[in-house]
Ligand binder design. Structure first.
Ligand SMILES: NC(=O)c1ccc[n+]([C@@H]2O[C@H](COP(=O)([O-])OP(=O)(O)OC[C@H]3O[C@@H](n4cnc5c(N)ncnc54)[C@H](O)[C@@H]3O)[C@@H](O)[C@H]2O)c1
Length: 304
C-alpha cells in the first residue's frame, strides 16, 4: 500500500459521539448505540474502519452498493426519502447482520441542508468519512414535447443538484478531515448517449459526467478522487418506471419488452450487483490513481 493511499484513508478513531448525534436518523437507537459502543471500545477495528455514505439506498442499485461496501468492511450511512423508511431500515438491519455498523439518515438530496445534515450524522455516529456514493436519482420516459417545467425542474434538482450537493458536502468534510477521500457518482449509459424518450434524464446524466470531471480537477490537490459508474439496463424499480412510460409512447414496445430490445453484447440485462462491484473497486486501494472517469458497466451496450 502506498503512502498516498494510507493518507487517503487515514482514520482518527475513536470519535466521541452523543445520542444527540443520532437525531437526524430514524434507525433504532439501540442499533446506533451498539454500533457506537463497538467503535469506542474496539481500538483494533477502529484503526482500520472506513465509512461510506450511499444515497438512495433503500432500493435497487443503492441498496446493492451499501451491502457490498459493508461486506468490504465499511460502516455505512444509508439514505433515502422518509417515504421509504421500511426498506431503508431493512438495509440497516442487513448491514448490521453482516457485522458492520449502519445508520439511516433520511433526507432529500435535492436540498443541500438535508445532505449536509446527513454527512454530519454519519461522521458523528460512524467516524470520519471515507467514501461518498451519490447514487440517488429519478427517471421517467416522456415524449420530449410533453415534458413539463415542474417535471424538468425536479429531474434537474435530484439528478444534478443531488450529485452536486453530495460532492460538495463530502469534499468539505474530506478537506476538514485532511484525509483525502473518494467520491463516486451515479452516471449512466445516458451520460454518453441521448434518447428522445428519456431526454431530460439523459441530459442530467451527461451533466453528472461533466460534474465528475470538474470536481475531480478541483479536488485532486486534496487527494480526493471523483468518479462515476455508468450502468446500462438494470432490473430495478427505475427500469419498471421507464418501461411503463415507453410502453405508452409512440415507438415504444409493450410493457416488459422495452427491457430486451437493446443489443447488449453479453446477452443479458444487468442486476444491481453489477454496478455495486464497480463501486466496490472504485472505493478500494486498487483505484487510487483513477479520477474524473465515468466508467460504463453495461455488458457492452454503449461504447464511449
Ligand atoms: N436502473 C437502471 O437501469 C439504471 C441505469 C443507469 C443508471 N442508473 C442510476 O443508478 C441510480 C440508482 O438507480 P436505481 O435503478 O437503483 O433506481 P431505483 O428507483 O430503484 O432506486 C433509487 C432510490 O433513490 C431514492 N431517491 C429518489 N430520489 C431521491 C432523493 N431526492 N433523495 C434521496 N433518495 C432519493 C428512491 O427513493 C429509491 O429508493 C440512479 O441515479 C439511476 O439514474 C440506473
Amino acid at each position: 500500500m502506498t503512502s498516498l493511499f494510507r493518507s487517503a484513508f487515514r482514520s482518527s478513531w475513536p470519535k466521541t459521539a452523543t445520542p444527540a448525534a443520532f437525531s437526524p436518523c430514524r434507525a433504532s437507537f439501540q442499533g446506533c448505540f451498539d454500533a457506537l459502543q463497538q467503535h469506542r471500545y474496539s481500538s483494533s477495528s477502529a484503526a482500520a474502519t472506513r465509512t461510506a455514505i450511499v444515497t438512495g439506498s433503500a432500493n435497487g442499485i443503492g441498496r446493492a452498493i451499501a451491502v457490498r461496501l459493508a461486506r468490504d468492511g465499511f460502516d455505512v450511512c444509508v439514505n433515502d426519502l422518509p417515504s421509504n423508511a421500511e426498506q431503508l431500515e431493512s438495509v440497516v438491519s442487513e448491514i448490521q447482520s453482516i457485522g458492520r455498523s449502519a445508520i439511516a439518515a433520511y433526507g432529500d438530496v435535492a436540498t443541500y441542508t438535508d445532505v449536509a445534515s446527513m454527512v454530519s450524522a454519519s461522521v458523528d455516529a460512524l467516524g470520519p468519512l471515507s467514501v461518498m456514493v451519490a447514487n440517488a436519482g429519478i427517471a421517467r420516459a416522456r415524449p420530449i414535447l410533453e415534458i413539463s417545467d415542474p417535471e424538468l425542474k425536479r429531474m434537474w434538482d435530484v439528478n444534478i443538484g443531488g450529485v452536486f450537493h453530495c460532492d460538495q458536502a463530502a469534499a468539505k468534510q474530506f478537506i476538514a478531515q485532511g484525509s483525502g477521500g473518494r467520491i463516486i457518482n451515479a452516471g449512466s449509459g445516458a451520460s454518453y448517449r441521448a434518447d428522445p424518450m428519456i431526454a431530460h434524464y439523459c441530459a442530467t446524466k451527461a451533466a453528472v459526467r461533466s460534474l465528475t470531471q470538474s470536481f475531480a480537477i478541483a479536488l485532486g490537490p486534496h487527494n480526493i478522487t471523483v468518479n462515476a459508474y455508468g450502468p446500462g439496463i438494470v432490473d430495478t424499480n427505475m427500469w419498471d418506471v421507464i418501461d411503463e412510460g415507453m410502453a405508452g409512447m409512440e415507438g415504444g414496445l409493450p410493457r416488459g419488452q422495452n427491457f430486451h430490445k437493446h443489443p447488449i453484447s453479453l446477452g443479458r440485462t444487468s442486476v444491481p450487483d453489477d454496478p455495486a462491484k464497480l463501486v466496490s473497486w472504485l472505493a478500494s486501494p486498487e483505484a487510487e490513481y483513477v479520477s474524473g472517469q465515468t466508467i460504463l458497466i453495461d455488458g457492452g451496450l454503449v461504447f464511449s
